[in-house]
Design a binder for this molecule. Structure first.
Ligand SMILES: [Zn+2]
Length: 160
């Protein structure tokens, strides 16, 4: 006897509520539980969490490109003057990686929104609205950080 919603083993429980997800069941009604430990198909919460953390990659790479250029030049890189593609060392590599990750951020935004929506509607956990709200807040903070970085002197140099 397994939970229809999350696949938790319901055998021998004192009350007829799944301790994992809160779904109710009736041991004398076969339609309220499953004979196999199947799980309802959805986007796993961990995957949505990982997707939420993605903006940290372009944030780190843009900053790392600037830092590599600064170390290479021995001074703060100037916009319109110090082209990262012309600098030596790891600067061009970091620059390309940072650019690609920023592109991934733009392409990934609608995919992320869809994953969050699917999780919110069909996810396993019962407190999904709280989880989705927290993830939206984290994503909003990250978006603000990306905007702030790109507007800063670091971003001006990177994007020129
Ligand atoms: Zn359950």
């Amino acid at each position: 006897m397994f939970c229809l919603n999350c696949g938790y083993n319901l055998f021998g429980l004192p009350n007829h509520i799944c301790p994992e997800c809160g779904s109710g069941f009736n041991p004398s009604d076969e339609s309220t539980y499953s004979h196999t430990a199947h799980r309802r198909r959805s986007v796993p919460f961990r995957l949505v969490c990982l997707m939420t953390l993605y903006p940290l990659i372009p944030l780190a790479l843009v900053w790392a490109t600037w830092l590599a250029a600064r170390l290479h030049l021995g001074r703060i890189p100037k916009a319109m003057a110090d082209d990262p593609k012309q600098l030596g060392g790891l600067v061009p590599v970091a620059y390309v990686a940072a650019y690609l990750s920023l592109g991934g951020l733009l392409l990934g935004a609608p995919i992320y929104a869809a994953a969050l929506l699917i999780y919110g509607v069909w996810g396993r956990e019962n407190d999904r609205s709280i989880r989705v709200a927290l993830l939206v807040i984290v994503a909003a903070i990250e978006t603000a950080l990306v905007v702030i970085l790109l507007q800063s002197s670091i971003g001006q140099w990177f994007l020129d």
